[in-house]
Design a protein around this ligand. Sequence first.
Ligand SMILES: *Cc1c(COP(=O)(O)O)cnc(C)c1O
Length: 373
Amino acid sequence: MKTLNFDDLAVPGVRELMPYTPGKPISELEREYGVTDSIKLASNENPLGASPRALEAIRGELDDLWLYPDANGFELKQALARKHSVDPSCITLGNGSNDVLVFLAQVFLQPGLEAVFSQYCFAVYPIATQMVGATARVAPALQADHPMALGHDLRALYERVGPDTRLVFVANPNNPTGTWLDGARLKDFVASLPPHVICVVDEAYTEYAESDRLGDASTWLEECPNLVVTRTFSKAYGLAGLRVGYALSNPGVADLLNRVRPAFNVNSLALTAARAALEDQDFIDRSRRLNSAGLIQLGEGLRELGATTIPSAANFILAGFERSGAALNEALLREGVIVRPVGNYGLDNYLRITIGTEAQNQRVLAALKRILG
Ligand SMILES: *Cc1c(COP(=O)(O)O)cnc(C)c1O
């Protein structure tokens, strides 16, 4: 066969793109390693599964699968508008919030324009930026000896904003670090940005926060017209497999985002499940309580094993070790435990471990103890 170099045909932003590294699925681990009864604490999924109400609602939807979903997600948007006390015209639905992050890059970036984000930020921000040929301006994270080690440094972010900046991405709390920003300080930061800059506050883990110190960026929209808040049903709501998330923004921004949104990007089961999940506050409360207990259990257990732990307000802990995270990960896989090595983030000696049930947390700690032993 004649070989063609298709890379030469690709647009420059795509040519050098490194795809997102997902957590290993359980089925793949069991196939490759011949282990059984394995657990996955690698993708920040909810160990309680999905809200029973969401599952019930989906069953009622199955007979209508031959129909296209509502392209405008009317019912879900109505429910979200009520939840956040905003007009439905402020909402953009996504196939996961990842989808919305890509729309933001498509709408506001191109070669010659810049996005600002922090070192150790969520991997999708640099991917979306590079995909559209824009330039990344990366602010150094807070030092390892700072109380919010490896977290976002708002001053450093601000210093990287210039005339060509169109987007600033901030996750609160952040993935993969778990670190968070004080809500009042973040709001001041958003308000201080010049009018040609949109600030994206990614609140994928906000339901897990135990106190209101992180703030709720969705309540700042009136005062901050250049703010976009992203949320997801993948984490606390336990619907990662369905792919549904959303952005809240000024209607003018939402109008632009909806122009690039593929019409049927959120499927009918996801629309239905998300709407039902919003009604199940009890499930969210249970999820948060389990997570808070797990953060303490796993955090203490990791420190007893000599690991350093980064402060987390999310459903995972970033832990530092005196050896390579990749090697530890490999050893854990042999024990049937999937966690996330984070070398791709430049964190070679770290592992990101999702909070599981008490038994799952115990299992990863016991496995680590044997390995580090
Ligand atoms: C998991 C995650 C998301 C979104 O995931 P989706 O499943 O695409 O909604 C967004 N931001 C951060 C920081 C995340 O960790």
